[in-house]
Design a protein around this ligand. Sequence first.
Ligand code: ADP
Ligand code: ASP
Ligand code: MG
Length: 423
Amino acid sequence: MPLIVQKYGGTSVADPDRMRAVAENVAFTRRHGNDVVVVVSAMGKATDNLIQLATQVSATRPGREMDMLLTTGERVSAALLTMALHDLGIDAVSFTGSQVGIITDTAHGKAKIVEVKGDRVRQALADGKVTVIAGFQGVSTAKEITTMGRGASDLTASALANALSADACEIYTDVTGVFSADPRIVPQARKLKRVSFDEMLEMAGAGSKVLALRSVEFARNHGVALHVRSSFTWEPGTWVMNLDETDEPGSAAVEDPIISGVVTDTTESKVTVLGVPDQPGVSAALFEPLAAANVNVDMIVQNTSTDGTTDISFTMPSADMAVAEEIVRRVAGEIGATGVTHDDDIAKVSLVGAGMKSSPGIAAKMFRTLADKGVNIEMISTSTIRISVVMARDDLELAARSLHTAFGLDSGADYAAPLPERR
Ligand code: ADP
Ligand code: ASP
Ligand code: MG
């Protein structure tokens, strides 16, 4: 019997009606002769609300206790969906990540999978049950409950699909697929029929949250094709896959534009260390302790030194600012810098496309397009298939839309499916 893994995101299970709609689809899939493993996220804003609650009772928020707290969100969803399935006459059972043997390292909040055992899922499937698994979580090698980072239910799904050799891994969300830009920001965004793992990896790495970065890394490393689609319209979505797998569904129309997407990200802040003495070792002194504290520094810019001092700016997740700021202020004092500032009102806009490698002039055209719109570029970084720029948050929509138009990506019609309200 074919095995299908289906993952439902927070908006897809946000309330009892949505939960029942999802149960109907799972039941439909089961009744059409498939084994089904379901991975669920916490309902709607549940994770954000739990984080908010934690900030109200604690300034330190120890990682172990945060993981004990946050994993409850997914557990609620798994139990409720399983009950809804029972009401539809479907034999189903829910499990936590720990119960199904998703073994991780000990890095609370950002744990990495070291092994997926999956014995209880296999047993439940053999017993004819649909299995519903709480996403985003595992159990560490030290037997503690862990979470694997925001959005990591996507990772739970791809890891289980791989461990169970599933025939399909469907990622159900609140838009109809992966688009050339976030349709909430660029209404003219074009739905991609297929996108390569490499391009999806750059899009996710640049901050497109439609798929969590580590789920794409995992899927690419293990060759798990992902079908990103809507739990609101149920229409076929986008295949994220190796583009040489030409026999996969959805691969009929090969799209090969130079730019496949415009990615927007508002989750980062910019930190500037002013008046840093221009001498060997200062960057290491600054970035080593940030790395040790698990702060993911993204772009770094160091100005040329004038009077023996320089300014260093970098971007990093706003969510880690409290941890980072303490470190940066301490190090700035130690290395004799004159001050530290931070700016939360920034946005990053990136162009991603495999065709960029062989097409010179993409960066120049990007900068010209932004200049013509009066958008000031604060930082720039590139990879072989991506160019990212940082700008003021207020310029994000204008920048993303004008780049989308300039690179010929506009679909000719505004996004038509309903856009469910969300966090
Ligand atoms: P879920 O809760 O289902 O995991 P997410 O919020 O993590 O959903 O991801 C879906 C959202 O990703 C969409 O609502 C959309 O606003 C956003 N998004 C960002 N970039 C893209 C893109 N290129 N294509 C589609 N959606 C995108
Ligand atoms: N509930 C978690 C989050 O909000 C995990 C997920 O949705 O994938 O980040
Ligand atoms: Mg998500």
